[in-house]
Design a protein around this ligand. Structure first.
Ligand code: HEM
Length: 506
């Protein structure tokens, strides 16, 4: 063993003589209250866990760099997006539904988050490995997540709840099809794309706004497991993503993603034949071709997983001048939700945790509170602790004001059911998925129906039929096979409003 020359101390820095024997009254006697360092040690152990993220609790991450190689200054004034800019970043990938200790190789959407430390503040891109999402209105998000998490009575995941919700929410068809296709089970974080998913906006020096989609395309190539392969891998390791990402970086094989954008001029959004702010839709590449912007690479593992990956706090509210949001309802809700989650999970001043601290100067007037370890107010003069003041405290930056959002209307609860839920899924089914991939899609879906009540399966089949008759026929055939194999044991209890708690174990 190496000679460890560092001396053990208490948390307040005093040398500590004995970390093996507690202080007792006599050799066999009870403990003494005075053994404060023992109490300190046990108390620390009791506080080693913080609340896990309510979603995306299992994750893997690393540090890296975003490099901009192309000139997109006609779209944005953001310094981070100017040609030649190089910005440090931290990335965190995740599964959505599993808890902090869940197995890595589960069929699930993957989170794809980047915190880019720019000279004008942190820009967080909190996306997924899919370009669309299950719902288009934030009212539906908590219910959707409840169907992905454990059933309140059985404490097990419930395919019945998932398919019940999906079959009653046809806007989910696009994302469900992607989830059940090969893309729904990547072999590692390095072998999948990342998407901002929402429509965001860019604005330039002239105050012109452009709608934008962000894409990060894997340069490692796409790799996926079938369900059977994933089952086998999970039998050997539950941490395959962590192992592959960590080891690739330790071995100097730094993973890279190409950074591309799609651009839509601001007023074109009103003429577009689909709602470009609908998160269940993609922008067709033929109409909005991807434009190269640069790439990012991951090249440094965290020194401490908890400090850097568990404590990292991403939020779509973190934007910088030249980059902004859009009217997308889901994005609007997320602007609120993440910072709120961080205040609960990490503390009021979570932005002071080193991994979240901007690498540029920070001047604001937020005062005291939990985690205010660096002294919140840094204005250069102790008298400047409110705003406006006469003591040369930080002042507003008018040039950071984004142009007005020109899309607006009367406030109302507009019915999102009027959107088309089927056309884009049809294109995906007919034109993108290969025949063998379709076969796996059918089986992946039917394979989860082992205990799902027949009426729910039939309702979902009717939705597949609206996409394409072959989609319905394929899943029905696969379901017949599941039945013939004796693997279909539907829940005997009726799923009605009166019996919400009667769903038995699946
Ligand atoms: C209204 C819709 C949504 C709400 C309210 C919501 C809310 C949340 C919350 C509360 C967290 C946990 C944050 C934390 O404790 O650190 C989270 C994590 C996350 N969400 Fe969402 N979410 C929504 C939709 C989406 C969408 C559409 C995407 C992707 C396009 C997404 C991607 C992520 C990712 C990647 C994480 C994990 C971030 C990390 O690595 O720490 N979410 N979400």
């Amino acid at each position: 063993m190496a000679d460890n020359s560092k001396k053990l101390t208490t948390t307040s820095g005093a040398p500590w003589p004995n970390n093996q024997d507690s202080l007792t009254a006599g050799e066999r006697g009870p403990l003494l209250m005075q053994d404060y360092q023992l109490i300190e040690k046990l108390a620390h152990q009791n506080r080693e866990r913080i609340p896990e993220r309510t979603v995306h609790a299992k994750g893997w991450g690393a540090h890296g760099e975003l490099v901009i190689t192309e000139d997109i200054s006609k779209y944005t004034k953001a310094k981070v997006l100017q040609k030649g800019a190089k910005s440090p970043l931290i990335a965190r990938f995740s599964t959505v539904a599993g808890e902090r200790g869940a197995a890595d190789h589960e069929r699930d959407v993957r989170g794809f988050s980047l915190k880019i430390y720019t000279e004008e503040g942190n820009w967080d891109m909190v996306g997924n490995n899919t370009p669309v999402f299950f719902v288009r209105d934030p009212y539906k998000f908590p219910d959707f997540i409840h169907t992905q998490k454990r059933h309140p009575k059985t404490n097990m995941r419930s395919p019945t709840a998932m398919w019940d919700f999906w079959s009653l929410s046809p806007e989910s068809l696009h994302q469900v099809t992607i989830l059940m296709s090969d893309r729904g089970l990547p072999t590692s974080p390095m072998h999948m794309n990342g998407y901002g998913s929402h429509t965001f906006s860019l604005w330039n020096d002239e105050g012109e706004r452009f709608w934008v989609k962000f894409h990060f395309k894997t340069e490692q190539g796409h790799e996926h497991y079938t369900n059977d392969e994933a089952e086998e891998v999970t039998g050997k390791t539950r941490e395959g993503y962590q192992e592959r990402l960590f080891n690739a970086i330790e071995d100097g094989k730094f993973p890279r993603w190409k950074f591309q954008i799609q651009i839509m001029p601001e007023l074109e959004a009103e003429q577009c034949d689909f709602n470009p702010f609908d998160l269940t839709k993609v922008w067709p590449h033929a109409d909005y071709p991807p434009i190269d912007v640069g790439h990012f690479e991951l090249n440094r593992n965290p020194e401490n997983y908890f400090a850097e990956i568990e404590n990292v706090a991403f939020s779509p509210s973190n934007i910088v001048p030249g980059i902004s949001w859009s009217p997308d309802r889901m994005l609007q809700a997320r602007i609120f939700s993440y910072a709120d989650a961080h205040r609960y999970r990490l503390g009021t001043h979570y932005d002071q945790i080193p991994v979240n601290r901007p690498k540029c100067p920070v001047h604001h007037y937020h005062k005291d509170g939990e985690m205010n370890v660096y002294g919140g107010i840094k204005t250069g003069d102790p008298n400047a602790y409110y705003e406006p003041n006469s003591f040369k405290g930080p002042v507003e930056v008018p040039e950071a004001q984004e142009p007005p959002l020109r899309i607006s209307g009367d406030a109302d609860r507009y019915n999102h059911r009027k959107e088309d839920d089927y056309s884009q899924v049809r294109v995906l089914f007919e034109k993108v998925l290969e025949d063998d991939e379709k076969e796996r899609l059918f089986m992946n879906i039917a394979g989860t129906w082992g205990a799902v009540p027949e009426e729910i399966c039939e309702r979902q089949l009717a939705e597949f039929k609206k996409v394409h008759p072959d989609y319905e026929a394929g899943v029905r055939k696969a379901w017949e096979k599941v039945k013939a194999d004796g693997d279909y044991k539907p829940n005997a209890a009726p799923v009605t409003d009166k019996t919400p708690q009667t769903v038995p174990a699946e």
